[in-house]
Design a protein around this ligand. Structure first.
Ligand SMILES: [Zn+2]
Length: 188
């Protein structure tokens, strides 16, 4: 996954989905409770890194730090927190091709950056890009009264209300999801 400054939507989406895997968010359980769960989360987001020893605990730490950033509602606090995350993984700034082959400003991780450092870089850049383009009001709490999730709304109209729109907006869906997880031993 690239970290292009002006192409923040995917990175902001990754940041949102990473923080909402934490225990205590709507489904209660930790969605990244082992290396396999982390590997499939990464694959879903186009991150090709292998998961090695120590990565899971480090990603949990970055997830908590990212959550603390997304809980801010003040632009200055958001920018400072997101910048600190970026600094954790940043190597150099350069020009990288976007999906159409046009060169765009982008951040490249340090050569020795760990998986967690790279996720911090991506999540921090996603938050900074959304803050710059859309403003601090796009950082919100999930509107569901049974969910403690947060999200960055990068939709064009800006009217998103739930951290996981297909689930938190619909109690019946949550019940069905919980039942499926229980039936599958929580591995899905
Ligand atoms: Zn939610």
């Amino acid at each position: 996954m690239q970290a292009l400054f002006d192409d923040y939507v995917a990175a902001a989406g990754l940041a949102t989905e990473l923080v909402n895997t934490a225990p205590g968010v709507w489904h209660g359980e930790d969605q990244l409770d082992d290396d396999a769960a982390l590997a499939s989360f990464l694959a879903e987001h186009g991150v090709t890194d292998e998961v090695g020893p120590g990565d899971l605990a480090a990603v949990h730490d970055v997830r908590a730090r990212l959550r603390a950033v997304l809980d801010h509602r003040d632009a200055g606090d958001l920018a400072a927190g997101a910048s600190a995350l970026v600094a954790r993984g940043l190597g150099t700034v350069g020009l990288d091709p976007d999906g159409r082959g046009r060169l765009q400003w982008g951040a490249r991780p340090r050569p020795d950056a760990s998986l967690a450092d790279r996720l911090a870089l991506l999540g921090g850049l996603g938050a900074l890009g959304a803050l710059r383009a859309l403003g601090p009001e796009r950082f919100r709490d999930c509107a569901s009264d049974t969910c403690s999730g947060v999200f960055i709304d990068t939709t064009r109209p800006g009217r998103r209300r739930y951290c996981m729109p297909d689930l938190c907006g619909n109690r019946a869906n949550v019940a069905a999801y919980r039942a499926r997880r229980k039936a599958s031993g929580g591995s899905s």
